[in-house]
Design a protein around this ligand. Structure first.
Ligand code: SF4
Length: 180
């Protein structure tokens, strides 16, 4: 509960997908398309994303770059709007990325180097390197990481089908949404 992972600190982002947005907007009593629009305008921004995709027919792969949605941060430390006194005020409805940190993050569990690098800023990761804290089995970790991968893949496929136009994928996005 240090709140470090709820701060951008000039380099981090919290990615949100459709279910995350619907759940949070609903939790804040922002209903329907107008509620989603209001939520998006107030709390989200467009950020950059990448995904490596191998075409099943040609077996050729490449990294695609496109847009996705993430939290807007606030204050000098770039904290999440929902962080108060280092506690999440929307804990029950927090996005998948927040629930899955750090065991469901492929970029961390696929690379010890990334894990060690992040641990310099994250006391929880530091403790896990010292064998302290809650133990997650390999199967549990893989389950979380697969879920993350599937979410990212499904979003990528949707974007690809829509010529990477995020306004066609998320029809409720206001035209003047913040763009990083
Ligand atoms: S939604 Fe909650 S857990 Fe996620 S970044 Fe914001 S304050 Fe932190």
């Amino acid at each position: 509960m240090c709140g470090t992972c709820c701060r951008g600190l000039g380099e981090g982002e919290v990615f949100l997908y459709k279910n995350d947005i619907k759940t949070l907007a609903n939790h804040l009593n922002l209903k329907g398309k107008s509620g989603l629009r209001e939520f998006t305008k107030k709390y989200l921004k467009i950020i950059n994303d990448t995904f490596f995709w191998r075409n099943p027919k040609t077996k050729k792969g490449k990294t695609y770059r496109f847009k996705t949605l993430g939290f807007k941060f606030t204050g000098n430390d770039e904290h999440c709007h929902f962080l108060k006194d280092n506690k999440c005020t929307v804990h029950k409805a927090r996005p998948f990325q927040c629930r899955a940190f750090p065991i469901g993050w492929n970029m961390l569990i696929n690379s010890l180097r990334n894990f060690k690098d992040y641990s310099k800023r994250c006391p929880a990761l530091q403790k896990s390197l010292e064998n302290q804290g809650y133990f997650y089995s390999k199967n549990e970790i893989i389950k979380w990481a697969r879920q993350e991968y599937e979410m990212e893949k499904n979003f990528f496929i949707k974007m690809k089908k829509n010529d990477f136009n995020i306004f066609r994928v998320y029809k409720f996005l206001p035209n003047d949404i913040a763009n990083k």
